[in-house]
Write a protein of this length. Structure first.
Length: 394
């Protein structure tokens, strides 16, 4: 494995975005070697102020989303700023934005305006409801998207009402899809059509797409997928109590059921062939579910997981946030990272996937506002190839 070789090190991304979804997309590009330049207005990217009112815009979310990127403080509304921005476009592969209406359109630099001069340029827009439709103007956050996409309607318990997804999940899902779509467009521009294209990502549509299984089930069966009752505290509703917390056990297949029963010491249930049939098992929950949950309550989470994993039964302990850092699996996989330039020396999440020859690298923390102004301006003005070069670049 060669740490110096990066999968996307010949790409240059101009990031005009101010949303979590778009910033996560460009963070993924940066993590795999792309040169991501965050174009910040004089007051800095608004992401810097989502959590903190610090004049330096320092907060954990900012650090997470802007790590591995370069910061260029640039007033595109000024004449000099516009000229410099056009020089940057000439040297980049992708422009990312998240405004409605399009910030690029506002400056007369939309995809159609740029396409003739920069035929292989890819422009990515990541917004709540997409561009050019009746709801494009509407703002939204993950809570609003969870509600409108249908996800909130099945989360939580029916006695307590709909429940949002957690921690900006719609934004992160949209960011991952935007990353994949942009890679496909780049591949097409370089290998197939020779032409760049415009990508319009709607967070709402991403989450409705991800909602497909329950949505399709409701459509074909006529039975609307609903929340579970809070009184339905059993294996079918979610994790159940064990000695030191909660545990999720899946018994959807005959061998899952048989092998789990053997681990739990319930041999008579394991040998009951009627219970190997899904329909029978569901229709006769009173024959086995109480006994199974009682038996599980005698185990600790990790002991039960280890035994079930050996038998390839789908199961999982419910881990809390502090337990993730101490998790042996994540430690052995080298998941957690420390940055040399981080004064706090906090452990940071690692690679979402592993490449054997061109690995993910977390190189540096989020830049200060305009930290790379001098470096980038010098390269833009004095070398037409410095940014896109394969032997150093930015």
């Amino acid at each position: 494995m060669n740490q110096s070789v990066k999968a996307l090190d010949d790409l240059v991304i101009l990031d005009l975005s101010t949303s979590i979804a778009a910033a996560w997309c460009t963070r993924l590009f940066a993590d795999f070697g792309a040169k991501v330049v965050v174009i910040e207005p004089p007051e800095g990217n608004s992401l810097r102020h989502l959590v903190s009112n610090d004049s330096e815009g320092s907060n954990l979310l900012t650090d997470h989303l802007l790590s591995n990127k370069k910061s260029l403080q640039l007033d595109i509304e000024s004449t000099d700023g516009r000229v410099l921005f056009l020089d940057l476009i000439d040297k980049c592969d992708v422009i990312v934005e998240s405004s409605v209406p399009s910030q690029l359109e506002k400056y007369g630099l939309g995809f159609n305006d740029l396409h003739d001069s920069f035929p292989d340029l890819v422009v990515l827009s990541v917004t709540p409801y997409g561009q050019a439709n009746e709801y494009s103007f509407a703002p939204a956050n993950s809570l609003a998207i969870a509600a409108r996409s249908g996800w909130a309607s099945i989360n939580g318990f029916e006695e307590k009402g709909p429940l949002s997804t957690s921690s900006n999940q719609s934004a992160y899902c949209a960011g991952v899809l935007a990353y994949g779509a942009t890679l496909a467009a780049i591949f097409s521009a370089r290998q197939e059509s020779g032409s760049g294209q415009y990508i319009d990502i709607s967070e709402f549509e991403v989450m409705v797409s991800n909602f497909a299984p329950p949505a399709l089930s409701s459509e074909y069966s006529g039975n609307i997928t609903k929340q579970k009752s809070m009184h339905e505290t059993n294996l079918l509703a979610g994790p159940v109590p064990v000695q030191d917390g909660h545990f999720a056990l899946t018994l959807s297949r005959a061998h899952f059921f048989r092998d789990a029963m053997m681990v739990l010491g319930l041999e008579d249930l394991a040998e009951n062939l009627d219970l190997h049939e899904t329909w029978y098992r569901m229709a006769h929950k009173d024959l086995w579910m109480g006994r199974v949950q009682d038996a599980m309550s005698e185990w600790t989470r990790e002991e039960l997981f280890d035994e079930l994993a050996l038998r390839r039964v789908v199961a999982g302990p419910v881990l809390k946030m502090d337990e993730l850092v101490e998790n042996v699996h994540l430690q052995e996989r080298g998941f957690w990272n420390l940055l040399r330039d981080d004064p706090l020396q906090v452990l940071r999440p690692g690679a979402p996937f592993k490449l054997s020859e061109t690995p993910w690298v977390l190189a540096h923390k989020a830049p200060d506002i305009g930290q790379h102004n001098e470096e980038l301006t010098h390269m833009i003005l004095h070398s037409s190839n410095a940014i896109k070069s394969h032997d150093g670049g930015i």
